[in-house]
Design a protein around this ligand. Structure first.
Ligand SMILES: Cc1cc2nc3c(=O)[nH]c(=O)nc-3n(C[C@H](O)[C@H](O)[C@H](O)COP(=O)(O)O)c2cc1C
Length: 336
């Protein structure tokens, strides 16, 4: 058996009657599925525990997750191999803490609110991969490193020193955040994941099937930066905001790196070094996007590739042919 514990937030206020109806429906449905548990609600929060057969619990949790009456679902814990139910007699005992005047209830409410708040904050600082691992009920610290094929993206701001010279430190902070916001949103939207922010750049990765998405993500970022430059006022440093991109595909090791004091869940390997080097090459070859042969071979869309010649890349004995694409957004970096 399995047990899932989560908290969530009510989307819009519901009447007591509507809340009670959730409890009644849950109880009826769960009885038929031999699922037991507890649903606590107060103010705008739900706290629920569901337990039963693995598949039934997973299926129910998926269904509950799609219910528009609540949002911001945070899975606190998944227990596997449960051999004893916590609430064997309750098909879904529903408790309205707001109607309870017991003095013990207040600290419980405060505790649940604090847990919700701290989890919401921590999620902002946590990589999606780690959240996924946690949501599967696994402790990420115990995850064994794996060999995987990934597409690695490196990007950084081309004109960073010029921007820094022309701006106050507060403006630089704002510009960096604007840049990271645009990059992260688009990379996420295209199915990638930002792994690290690196000064004025970042490292992200995509699954191997996403070669076209990774290129499209770079183009979408370039488009948004172009819009931003064009709409910025005449003396704004945003008019200088350009980015270079390096994309490479290869085998990497994905796993925990670091110490007991600071751990990163990251990837290491040739493809990471190559993507970083390709991003660095953008200045030399005067193109805002440079990509590896392996990535080119994984694409399916009809991109117009151009060879930029052979370059020596760190860790590679032979010079490697590198490419870019013909596209209005892939610009020269010469006069930036
Ligand atoms: C916070 C919350 C908890 C819920 N818990 C359960 C539950 O334990 N069991 C259940 O069948 N439905 C639960 N629901 C309702 C489901 O999302 C869904 O509306 C319901 O299962 C549909 O039932 P029906 O197929 O009988 O119409 C819950 C909904 C919310 C908002």
């Amino acid at each position: 058996m399995k047990r899932i514990i989560y908290i969530s937030r009510l989307t819009n206020p519901l009447s007591i009657k509507e809340m009670e109806q959730i409890g009644i429906t849950s109880s009826q449905n769960n009885r038929a599925l031999n699922i037991t548990g507890l649903l606590v609600y107060f103010e705008r929060l739900f706290f629920q525990i569901i337990e039963g057969d693995d598949e039934k619990v997973d299926h129910l949790f998926l269904k509950i997750g799609q219910d528009p009456r609540h949002q911001d679902i945070i899975r606190l814990k998944t227990d596997y191999d449960v051999d004893q139910r916590l609430f064997p007699a309750w098909s879904m005992k529903t408790i309205n803490l707001d109607s309870n005047v017991d003095e013990l209830v207040r600290p419980i409410k405060i505790l649940l609110q604090a847990v919700t708040e701290s989890h919401t904050i921590i999620e902002q600082y946590t990589q999606p991969t780690i959240l996924k691992i946690l949501n599967n009920g696994v402790n990420p610290l115990g995850v064994i490193p794996i060999r995987v094929e990934k597409i690695i993206l490196f990007s950084d701001i081309v004109s960073y020193s010029a921007i820094s010279e022309k701006s106050t430190i507060e403006d630089v902070f704002l510009i960096l955040n604007t840049y990271f916001e645009i990059c992260s949103r688009i990379i996420l939207d295209k199915g990638g994941e930002v792994n690290k922010l690196l000064g004025d750049g970042l490292m992200a990765y995509f699954d191997v099937e996403q070669a076209d998405d990774s290129i499209q993500a770079c183009l979408d970022i370039m488009q948004e930066l172009r819009n931003l430059r064009n709409s910025a006022s005449a003396h704004s440093p945003l008019r200088l905001l350009h980015s270079g991109f390096g994309l490479a595909q290869g085998t990497v090791i994905e796993g925990n790196m670091g110490s007991n004091f600071k751990t990163d869940y990251t990837v290491i390997g040739d493809a990471v070094n190559i993507a970083s080097r390709l991003e660095g090459l953008t200045r030399e070859v005067n193109r805002s996007l440079v990509l590896s042969e392996s990535l080119k071979q994984s694409t399916k869309s009809p991109w117009v590739f151009v060879s930029l010649g052979k370059y020596s890349l760190k860790g590679k004995e032979k010079n490697m042919e590198v490419y870019s694409i013909e596209h209005d957004l892939v610009t020269s970096l010469k006069d930036i």
